[in-house]
Ligand binder design. Structure first.
Ligand code: PEP
Ligand code: CO
Length: 465
């Protein structure tokens, strides 16, 4: 008799993983919690609370990532750079969900491929920082690491890491996810509700007609199916939705990691799809140690500074058996360098025979600081991204994978459903001078509603070849 044993749990026998074994490894980007007793109490509380997601959902996503790796499915992962506790508001959540659904409709219809939607939200509360501390006017305080850890205001009270934030972060993630699940259960993703598929700010955009054509085609197709089958088709197949966040603060992830009845292994139930950022992916570090032991599919970011030999060690630790759907490599190399840097990474991984899903993050390699010469932000250094660079990186990823016989299995983007002005370019030609008009991101600049839709259309065209 053979019993299927999930890859990760097999490690337990020979290499003693436990949810806390990461603690004996050098672990980058962790807050300096000032009060260990308070941290222990917060984690104990977290460990007793209900999980945010279930093992069934995680298994389903793993199967879908395996399909993406094989070129049969496309992953759309998107949301905030950093969610804030304050931003846990129904309008913002609805707008974000809406743009993701609209983008996925464009990808399904225009790209003719099944699409998996993964929100970069309901838990995206922790940020890696390039420096542990920040100094202003001779005062030095801990850097802001996201609402899960401390507050953004430059004051000791805000910046001191407070473990009760771990519990509040879990609660905000639960509130967000509860609302998303209720919206989808209530028909938010159904084609029968044209109001949900309507374009808000972009009705007059050059993209509107093409988009409306896609909506109409899908609507016609569904109505035809209903006539033929005699049932409400969209009710038969509800929109599935997954969450993701950077698995950064390991006290938080550990407290949410459990065994579940009737399934082998340990599950990080704080999210479906945690990813490991470029600053924490060292093969001998605490993050790789922690995540190698959980059953979730894992994203691993790959940047210009990633050492390919060490990446292979990281993969060996996270996925010793090359399990389908286990790993997604999220490359963020920048439009300028992707053509040079991506092929050796793809070839090295391909030689190992691992069926990884390749996802392009066209945001994090394309961040730049500009100083507008006029407008409301005149003379102020502003973090932005050029839409043309975002597109150029995605295009080149398609090209490299096509040339090497692998598949681009998805995109990972920072976006918002609002009408902000944070990235330049796009159909409406946002200029540097316009950036200050509606710049709201506390951290990285996001694609706005119209730019996100435009990106989806360009990607869909590429998918069709
Ligand atoms: C991010 O995705 O917000 C991020 C910090 O990415 P990276 O680790 O790729 O820099
Ligand atoms: Co970011």
């Amino acid at each position: 008799m053979t019993t299927a044993v999930p890859a990760a749990s097999r490690i337990l026998a020979d290499d003693r993983w436990s949810p806390s074994s990461w603690r004996s490894r050098p672990t980058a980007q962790q807050p300096e919690w000032p009060d260990p007793a308070a941290l222990r109490a917060a984690c104990a509380q977290l460990a007793r609370l209900p999980p945010l997601v279930t093992s069934f959902e995680i298994e389903s996503l793993r199967r879908q990532l395996a399909e993406a790796a094989a070129g049969q499915r496309f992953i759309l992962q998107g949301g905030e750079c950093a969610e804030t506790f304050e931003g846990c508001e129904p309008d913002l959540i609805t707008a974000r969900l809406k743009i993701l659904l609209q983008m996925s409709l464009v990808l399904v219809q225009g790209g003719q491929r099944r699409v998996t939607r993964i929100g970069r939200f309901a838990g995206q509360y922790a940020k890696p920082r390039s420096a542990d501390r920040e100094t202003r006017d001779g005062v030095t305080l801990p850097a802001y690491r996201g609402d899960l850890v401390n507050g953004p205001a430059f004051a000791a009270a805000d910046r001191t890491p407070d473990p009760i934030r771990l519990v509040r972060g879990h609660a905000r993630a639960a509130l967000t996810l509860n609302f998303v699940r209720a919206l989808l259960d209530g028909g938010f993703g159904d084609m029968q509700h044209p109001e949900y598929w309507d374009l808000d700010f972009v009705r007059h955009s050059p993209l509107a007609a093409e988009y409306q054509g896609m909506v109409d085609q899908i609507g016609d197709g569904l109505r035809l199916m209903e006539t033929l089958v005699g049932v409400n088709v969209s009710r038969l197949h509800r929109v599935e939705f997954f969450t993701s966040h950077e698995g950064l603060v390991l006290d938080y992830e550990e407290a949410q990691t459990r065994e579940v009845p009737h399934r082998a292994g340990w599950w990080d139930l704080s999210t479906h799809f945690p990813w490991i950022g470029v600053r924490t992916s060292a093969s001998d570090g605490g993050h790789v140690e922690f995540f190698r032991g959980v059953e979730n599919p894992l994203g691993v970011k790959v940047g210009p500074s990633t050492d390919v030999a060490d990446l292979l060690h990281t993969l060996e630790r996270l996925d010793p058996h090359g399990a389908p759907g286990r790993i997604a490599l999220i490359t963020r190399l920048g439009a300028r360098d992707v053509g040079r840097l991506l092929p050796p990474v793809v070839e090295a991984v391909r030689r190992t025979g691992r069926p990884v899903a390749w996802i392009c993050d066209p945001m994090h390699g394309n961040t730049e600081t500009v100083v507008p010469q006029s407008g409301a932000g005149k003379g102020m250094p502003t973090k932005t991204r050029k839409f043309a660079h975002v597109i150029a990186e995605v295009e080149q990823c398609f090209e490299v994978h096509r040339a090497l016989g692998t598949h681009l299995g998805g995109i990972h983007v920072e976006l918002t459903g609002e009408n902000v002005t944070e990235c330049t370019g796009g159909a409406r030609g946002i200029s540097e001078e316009m950036l200050a008009d509606a710049y709201r991101s506390p951290l990285d600049p996001r694609l706005n509603y119209e730019q996100s839709l435009e990106l989806a259309m360009l990607v869909a065209r590429r998918m069709r070849g």
